[in-house]
Design a protein around this ligand. Sequence first.
Ligand code: RFL
Ligand code: PHB
Length: 396
Amino acid sequence: MVARFKTQVGIVGAGPAGLMLSHLLHLHGIDSIVLEARSRQYCEERVRAGVLEQGSVDLLHRSGLGTRLDREGMRHEGIEIGLNRKRFRIPLSELTGGKAVTVYGQHEVVKDLIARRLADGGDLRFECGEVSAHCLESERPLLRTSGASGEAEIHCDFIAGCDGSHGVCRPSIPVSALSTYERSYPFAWLGILAAAPPSRGELLYMHHERGFALYSMRSPAITRLYLQCRPDEDLDQWSDDRIWSELHTRLDCDDGWQPIEGRILQKGITGMRSFVVEPMQFGRMFLAGDAAHIVPPTGAKGMNLALADVVVLSEALRAYYKKNSTGPLDRYSNVCLRRVWKAQRFSWWMTSLLHCFEDASPFDRRRQLAELDYLTGSRAAAASLAENYVGLTMEF
Ligand code: RFL
Ligand code: PHB
C-alpha cells in the first residue's frame, strides 16, 4: 500500500534552507511538507556555521524567530585580521552604517525553526527513508519516499530541493539541463569546539606562514577554532596537545593575547570547495542553499546564502498563489545567482588572501602579503571587506 499525500510545496531537507522556506510559506498561508533523511536530534546537534549576516538576523526577527537569538546571539561590530602576530581590527559597523554580524550557531537556528514549525502544526517528516523526485516538468511533480514505515507519494505543485550538497534533488535534474562551475582548494580546515571561554570578543582571521587559523566562538563558554590543514589530513595524527600547540603557534600575538585552552568537545575536517549550478530551477523543481552552491567557509556565507535563496523563493511562491503571477518564479534563479556569485567572489577572495598555498611563486607570496598590508592599512579596502562580510542587501 502506498500512502498518498497532497501539498502545495514539497520540501526535501530540514537544514536552514528547507526549514526557513517551510516557515516563510506558512506565514504566507502556503502549505508544505518537509522530508528529512536524518533524525530531529541529528539535525539539531549538527555543528556547522556560526555567523549570521545582518540580513539573516533581520529575517529571523521579522519572521518571529528573534527571541532566543536576542538573548543568546553575540552581536559583533568588528572582526580582526591577523598577520605576523599582530591584529588589525575591521570596524564592520563603523564602515557599513551600523550593520553587524551575530554569532549564533546554525544548529540553534535549526532548533528554533523546528520548534516553531511544530508549534504551528507544520508537517516535518524526519527519518523519512529514501526520497526520489519525479515528473519535474509536469504540472504535478511528485516526491516518493520508501523506508521502514512503508512507501508514500507526495503530490505537489512545486518541489524545493533544499537537501544540501549530497542530496537527491540536484541529481534528479538531467545533466544536460545544468551547467556547473567549480573550484577545489589544496587545503582543508581542522575544526574544534572547546569548552573554554572566548578570550576576546571578536573573530580573528590569522594569516601565518604555517597556515591560516581562525578564532571563533559559540557562546560565553565555548570557543570554535580552525587550522588550515591538508585535504587528506588524518585526524588521528592530531592529539589534543598537538592541536593546542599548533593553535598557539599560529594565533598567539606579540601583545600577549592567546586563546584559552579547554577540553576539546568535538573535532573534524572540513573540505574547501566553490561550486555553483545554473540555473537553480528545472521545471517545477527549485534548488536552494547548498543543493545549488557551496562556498569555502572563510567568508562565513553558506548558511546566509541558503536563507537568502528561500526568501526569494517564498516571495515568488507567494506571488504565484496570491497574485497568480509566474514572473517572480521565472526570475528566481537569476535573482539568486547574482547574490550567489558575489558571495562566491568574496569567499574565494578571503580564502586566497588568508591561506598559504604550497605552490605559490615568490611573486604570488609577495602579492598576497601586499594585499594583506593594503587591507589592514586602507579604509577603502577595509570598507569593501566589511560591506561583503555583513552581507549585501537582500533583493527579491
Ligand atoms: P544543509 O544544512 O546541508 O541541509 C540539508 C538537509 O537535507 C538533508 N538531506 C536529505 N533529506 C532527505 N533526503 C535526502 N536524500 C537528503 N539528503 C540530504 C540533510 O540531512 C540536511 O538536513 O543545507 P542548507 O539548508 O542548504 O544549509 C546550508 C548550510 O548548512 C551551509 O551552507 C553552512 O553550514 C556552511 N557553513 C557556514 N555558513 C555560514 O553562513 N557561516 C559560517 O560561519 C559557516 N561555517 C559552514 C561553516 C559549513 C561547515 N561545514 C561543516 C561544511 C563551517 C563549517 C565547518
Ligand atoms: C565558525 O564560527 O564556525 C565560523 C566563523 C567564521 C567563518 C567560518 C566559520 O568564516
